[in-house]
Write a protein that binds this ligand. Structure first.
Ligand code: PLP
Length: 366
């Protein structure tokens, strides 16, 4: 009899499970403490818009029905928000699901997929899942995407390129002109995925969305309701692309992949742009505070265009992570990004930022 492991597809044996941020309840259970704060998964500390909560209450009695497979109302809302026709959108159970669907729709075993490193690990997951080969291109000095090196990596087997703008975990952006120059060099039969999960947080006018490139190039832009919109627990994200590309991805989509509550919440969230602006403001102020504190503590950080900061704490981040957990503060270690002396911290409310700094200073002094 063969071992169970040998029954799994060879491709999946190379997959490592995703390492998520630790949930608050788990840390409270493990350490027997309360009042834990999570600054680990880039969630919105303000929570969702109050209008979202109302919409969810109103929709609750209808959960016995299947959701709308085509997200009709949400798609219509999106189309008007982006001034594009409805066939430019696809929705997923988080942007994560769309990344996986892109892999399923485009990748054959042996195809190559180029991505920067460090970046969001789901691109590698979707690639390996399909038996394709991830080709990672280290970020340059300043931790920015090295688009020249990425375009040099392109070979006859290259099928997809993933670009994360702004990048997770570095918080860096790609400037408009660099992006345009890059597209000049890309053979037209390569699909470029531009993940803009944090785009709503960007303040640098030199960074611009790739949404206006979708009808000239083979580009898929990814966005999510998990980050600035504060709906991470509901799981909804979306892709924007040329309708022909959308229809290819749509072939691998499960019929009811986006749940009913998520669709209702997303419509309400999109309509409350005041909440989005308020969320952006609190992050801008929070970053200014945290930068001042890191400067005071002599810690180098990468200036971020997102709601998290990658900070060099000059020692093993796993130890600092564990010590911070005991203080009730959850952050992310850099080892999962091959930067063991870095931590990634999500900008919280003013109180959370302050508490994080007090605890960090204590832990670093021990
Ligand atoms: C959080 C994140 C996503 C995925 O978000 P979902 O919750 O699956 O919508 C996608 N890309 C990046 C870079 C992220 O950080």
């Amino acid at each position: 009899m063969r071992k169970i492991e040998e029954l799994g597809r060879p491709a999946i044996l190379t997959l490592a499970p995703y390492v998520p941020g630790k949930p608050i309840e788990e840390v409270e259970r493990e350490f027997g403490i309360t009042g834990v704060i999570k600054m680990a998964s880039n969630e919105n500390p303000l929570g969702p818009s109050p209008a979202v909560i109302e919409a969810l209450k109103a929709a609750a009695p209808r959960v016995y029905n299947y959701p709308d497979s085509n997200c009709y109302y949400l798609k219509r809302e999106m189309a008007s928000f982006f001034s594009l026709s409805e066939d430019h959108f696809i929705f997923g159970n988080g942007a994560d699901e769309i990344i996986k669907m892109i892999g399923e729709a485009f990748l054959n075993p042996g195809d190559e997929v180029i991505h920067a490193w460090p970046t969001f690990s789901e691109y590698i997951f979707a690639t390996k899942l399909m038996g394709a080969k991830p080709c990672s291109v280290p970020v340059g000095e300043n931790f920015q995407h090295d688009l020249d090196k990425i375009s040099e990596q392109i070979g006859s087997k290259t099928k997809l390129i993933f670009i994360c703008n702004p990048n997770n975990p570095t918080g860096t952006i790609i400037r408009r002109q660099e992006m345009l120059d890059f597209f000049e060099k890309i053979p037209s039969d390569i699909v470029v995925v531009v993940d803009e999960a944090y785009y709503e947080y960007v303040t640098d006018p030199q960074c611009s969305s790739a949404v206006d490139l979708i009808n000239k190039n083979r580009v898929i832009v990814l966005r999510t309701f998990s980050k600035i919109y504060g709906l991470a627990g509901l799981r909804i994200g979306y892709g924007i692309a040329n309708p022909e590309i959308i229809s290819i991805i749509d072939r691998v989509r499960e019929p009811f992949n986006v749940n009913l509550m998520a669709q209702e919440a997303a419509v309400a969230a999109l309509r409350d742009q005041d909440h989005v602006s308020q969320s952006k403001e609190i992050v801008i102020d929070g970053k200014a505070y945290l930068y001042r504190q890191f400067d005071r503590l002599g810690l180098k950080y990468i200036p971020s265009e997102t709601n998290f900061i990658f900070v060099n704490i000059k020692r093993d981040s796993r130890k600092v992570f564990t010590a911070l957990l005991k203080e009730g503060v959850i952050i992310r270690t850099g080892d999962i990004f091959d930067q063991p002396n870095y931590i990634r911290v999500t900008v919280g409310t003013p109180e959370q930022n302050k508490r994080f700094i007090v605890c960090l200073e204590k832990v670093l002094g021990e």
